[in-house]
Structure formats: structure tokens, C-alpha cells
Design a binder for this molecule. Structure first.
Ligand SMILES: Nc1ncnc2c1ncn2[C@@H]1O[C@H](COP(=O)(O)OP(=O)(O)O)[C@@H](O)[C@H]1O
Ligand SMILES: [Mg+2]
Length: 341
């Protein structure tokens, strides 16, 4: 298993820097500002978490990085620096982006049935990227594909290469997704709610499997989820996202033990915590995230916030500002009081 300490300070060099990313969907009702000035970074062999409720722009931000947005999605601003290049200078269909997708950066999606191709065998879906990105011949690719299925715990892997996705169970399909995700030993894997559709035990097993597999190929991971409990366990740093913006970011331990944004505090109260003996009563955050069309310039969390004041309604949504702790930033006029260890 991983030798990384889950809440330790990451050591590697920075490999990805996303700066002020903005992605919109122009629809009949107006402009959906799905990603509204998001910045984050990822270092070598680091695991970061991007957390927020459904509809906060997590998936759209990741699809933007890969330039896999569906129409009418459009990146309207920002930079995505990866290995010294701003990927947004390449077109979505450019040779450069094709080489990066599935080669250096891969994405594991929430719903394997929609991301696996139903008319191609599992073997073909694995060998395709091995041939394309690693230049393997058919025989080599097939041998490696068998190895990969074995690695993710699929019994009799050689005989399953010729099966189609519908012949696999949900959990097995998710394993296949992990195998495809790590096939070319990517530098970076983006896992978007990779286990949400599965039961708790299978979720935990698959997450462990994914982490050890990524660790074995010395990759980094962006773990996207609505479940703060999951990322708290595995990530080194966490970004909390709300209504298309990062509202708090910091080391795992700061987010978990010294959360400052009322939204983070709310998320923490709404998930079971592994570190508590007696357990606490789970309290959901009242209300739902806002519609991202025509958002006001003021704080989008205002209607649900327990700490709101007049200022939140009259002044623009504040910038991220330093809180206690290394790299700990919060976007709020009334952050929660600092608490001790
Ligand atoms: N194809 C699309 N057309 C219009 N709006 C979209 C489309 N895809 C996503 N959105 C909007 O973008 C916002 C962010 O979505 P998403 O990134 O999927 O959220 P999350 O992954 O955090 O649940 C949502 O308000 C969603 O309705
Ligand atoms: Mg999503």
C-alpha cells in the first residue's frame, strides 16, 4: 500500500497549476457559470481532494482541464499549466491533447456504463490506449491488458478480455475503469466520484485499490467527491468548492480540524467522521446549492449560511484570504473562529 502519510505535507514538485479557470454554458435561460475563477495545483505523487455538493462545478472543472466539455460548454478564461505548457493553448482535438488524454492524464468517471464503450470488448478498450500511447504491438498490448485486469482483481483475466461491458457487474466495471485509467502509467489521474454508485464496502475496497495502483505507477491523484469523509481519509490537501468557486482550501488536517468557511463546517457536520469515538449527530446543510445561471456578485452561500451578516449582501463575494495554517485560504467575511488542536 501507499507509503504516503494521508495528512502529511507533500514533497514533490508541482506538476499541474490551474489558474482562474472559467467555464460557462450558454443556454436559453442565460449563462451557467459552472466554473467561476477556479485555481488549484497538484504536486508529484500528491493526492488532492475537490469537494462540494452536487452541482457545484466539480465535474465541469475537471472536464475543462481535459478539454472534454460537451456543447455548449466553453472555457472562457484561465490557464491550465501542465509540465510547462498551458494546455488551453492546444485545441480539444489537437494531437497534443490527444496524447495527454489517457496518456499523461487520465480520468476515471463516476458512471462506467456511460464511459465504457458498449460495443467494444473490454480487451480492446484497454489495448487501444496501450497501442496509441505506449506504441505496443497487439500481442504486447494484450499481455499487458491481462496483467492490468489481474491487478484490479478481475478473476480469470485472460478469458474476460473478449467480454463486453454489459457482461460485467457494476463493481467489476468500475475495476475495469481503474485498469483503463492507470493502463499507460499516467502522471496524473482525475477520479470523479469514482465509487459513488457502489455500496460502502465495495467503495472502500475500490478506493484502496485505485490508490495503491496509482501509487505503484508513481502518479498523482485528483479525487473529486461530494463526500468530505472520503477525501479526509486519503488526501493531503483539500479544495472545497461551492457555486463554481473554491471557498476554502488547505491541508487535510486544517480543513478537517480547523475549518473556517461555514460551508466546510456544514459539510463536516453532515458526514460521519472516522476520528470520533462516540460519533456525532449528522446534520445536513439546509437548502441546496444555487442555480448557476445569473448568480449575484455577492456570496452564493448566503441563503444557507448560519454566519451571514449584512455585509455579505452588500459587498461582493470576497477573495480567498489567508487563514491559519500552511496554504489555508478561506473566502468568507465571517469565517468560523479558530479552534485549538
Ligand atoms: N451540458 C450542460 N449544459 C448546461 N449546463 C450544464 C451542463 N453540464 C453541466 N452544467 C451545469 O454546470 C453546473 C456544474 O455541474 P457539475 O460540474 O456537473 O457539478 P458537480 O460535478 O459539482 O456535481 C451545474 O449547474 C450544471 O447544471
Ligand atoms: Mg460531478
Amino acid at each position: 500500500m501507499s507509503d504516503q502519510t494521508t495528512c502529511g505535507v507533500p514533497a514533490g514538485e508541482e506538476m499541474l497549476r490551474v489558474k482562474d479557470l472559467e467555464t460557462q454554458f450558454r443556454v436559453d435561460e442565460g449563462v451557467v457559470r459552472a466554473v467561476n475563477g477556479v485555481s488549484y495545483s497538484l504536486r508529484e505523487r500528491e493526492i488532492i481532494g475537490i469537494v462540494g455538493e452536487s452541482g457545484c462545478g466539480k465535474s465541469v472543472s475537471q472536464l475543462s482541464i481535459m478539454q472534454l466539455l460537451q456543447r455548449p460548454g466553453k472555457i472562457v478564461g484561465g490557464e491550465v499549466w501542465f509540465e510547462g505548457q498551458n494546455l488551453l493553448e492546444y485545441g480539444p482535438k489537437s494531437a497534443e491533447m490527444r496524447a495527454i488524454r489517457g496518456g499523461k492524464i487520465s480520468m476515471i468517471f463516476q458512471e462506467p456504463m456511460t464511459s465504457l464503450n458498449p460495443v467494444l470488448t473490454i480487451g480492446r478498450q484497454l489495448t487501444e490506449s496501450l497501442e496509441l500511447h505506449l506504441g505496443m504491438n497487439k500481442k504486447e498490448a494484450r499481455a499487458r491488458a491481462t496483467q492490468l485486469l489481474d491487478l484490479v482483481g478481475i478473476p480469470s483475466p485472460a478469458s474476460r478480455l473478449d467480454d463486453y461491458p454489459h457482461q460485467f457487474s457494476g463493481g467489476m466495471r468500475q475495476r475495469v475503469m481503474i485498469a483503463i485509467g492507470v493502463a499507460c502509467q499516467p502522471k496524473m489521474v482525475i477520479a470523479d466520484e469514482p465509487t459513488t454508485a457502489l455500496d460502502c464496502t465495495t467503495q472502500a475496497q475500490l478506493l484502496e485499490l485505485m490508490l495503491s495502483t496509482i501509487d505503484a505507477c508513481k502518479g498523482s491523484l485528483v479525487l473529486v467527491t461530494h463526500n468530505l469523509g472520503v477525501v479526509a481519509r486519503y488526501s493531503q490537501r483539500i479544495y472545497i468548492m461551492y457555486a463554481g468557486k473554491i471557498v476554502e482550501q488547505g491541508l487535510c488536517r486544517d480543513i478537517f480540524y480547523r475549518p473556517r468557511h461555514p460551508y466546510t463546517v456544514g459539510l463536516l457536520k453532515s458526514v460521519p467522521r472516522l476520528d470520533e469515538v462516540r460519533g456525532h449527530r449528522l446534520v445536513p446543510i439546509v437548502g441546496t446549492p444555487p442555480n448557476l445561471i445569473d448568480l449575484p456578485p455577492t456570496c452564493a452561500f448566503y441563503p444557507r449560511c448560519s454566519e451571514r451578516t449584512e455585509r455579505c449582501l452588500t459587498e461582493p463575494w470576497p477573495d480567498l484570504t489567508a487563514a491559519d495554517g500552511e496554504g489555508h485560504l478561506v473566502r468568507c467575511y465571517n469565517p468560523a473562529e479558530r479552534t485549538g488542536e
